[in-house]
Design a protein around this ligand. Structure first.
Ligand SMILES: [Zn+2]
Length: 287
């Protein structure tokens, strides 16, 4: 990394001993509320298609799912990464919390993991009930699929790194337009509700030598899908990233891009589904 040359501190005599301290997992998930196992199976049964939307390449579209419905995101024509935002359908301030989801489940999510909402609700908004890429695991480069590390490609970082180039089809702008269209909010107001994403189908990791965030061509193929059980009523938006399979670059019109299909299903759980309670902290903050 560029600032390596500024490192000038000599290692202390016990440097190796300090490095050899074993790590502990920050948030052991033994006490995390898990979806009861039957839920994962019942969410796959009795699927009845209720709605669908095709997200065009380099664009985003919104969708709605009621608590207890299943949202399926599918690759249809070619390898394509999708940037997903989720909001409580009745309260845009409760939204997907990528950072806390990462802290709880790890850098990438798969079947059985939950997508958590922002403070103060901090509750599962959705649970992954099916992932046809769950065979992938962690590859030899340290890469894995369905990333909650990345934030979303955006025109500000692009302008910063490109010397001011204006590009309008980054996922951030696509999601902003989709949310504005879904809610009637002005663009500037909608933009404030766009948040760090679940990078559906995106294959990423950190380089071991420099610790830099890397991406590589997604292993997704047409027919692959990830299914999310909506635990609360959801408004969602999905952007078909201008990076395509994110094998080379994003924030341009160069990469081959394909649509993504979003389908909303009723399932065996839909009738009578009880959304999870909001978080139990009393919010007094010690006063
Ligand atoms: Zn993107």
């Amino acid at each position: 990394m560029a600032n390596r040359r500024l490192k000038e501190t000599r290692p202390p005599p016990d440097a190796e001993a300090r490095r050899a301290v074993a790590p502990v997992v920050c948030y052991p998930t033994d006490t995390l509320p898990q979806p009861p196992e039957p839920v994962l199976f019942q969410a796959r049964e009795g699927l009845v298609l209720r709605d669908s939307v095709l997200v065009p390449p380099r664009e985003a579209r919104s969708f709605r799912a009621m608590a207890g419905q299943v949202i399926r995101i599918s690759s249809v024509e070619g390898p394509q990464v999708g940037d997903l935002n989720l909001w409580n359908a009745d309260d845009l301030t409760e939204r997907f919390y990528s950072g806390k989801t990462r802290a709880l489940h790890g850098t990438h999510v798969t079947t059985g993991d939950r997508l958590w909402s922002s403070f103060p609700a901090l509750r599962p908004m959705a649970t992954i009930v099916r992932d046809t890429l769950d065979w992938y695991g962690i590859d030899g480069f340290g890469g894995a699929v369905h990333d909650v590390i990345g934030t979303r490609c955006d025109p500000y970082t692009h302008a910063l790194l490109s010397g001011g180039d204006q590009y309008h089809h980054c996922c951030h702008s696509n999601l902003t337009r989709a949310l504005a269209d879904a809610t009637g909010l002005p663009l500037r107001e909608a933009e404030g509700h766009v948040h760090d994403v679940l990078n559906v189908f995106m294959c990423t990791g950190f380089t071991r030598d420099t610790g830099q965030y890397f991406m590589k061509a997604s292993p997704v193929r047409p027919g692959d899908h990830i299914d999310l059980l909506a635990e609360i009523d959801l408004l969602g938006a999905l952007s078909a990233c201008p990076g395509g399979d994110c094998g080379a670059e994003h924030s341009s019109d160069i990469a081959p891009c394909f649509p993504l299909l979003v389908e909303i299903f009723d399932c065996a759980l839909t009738d009578g589904w009880q959304p999870p309670d909001r978080n139990g902290y009393d919010r007094s903050h010690g006063r």
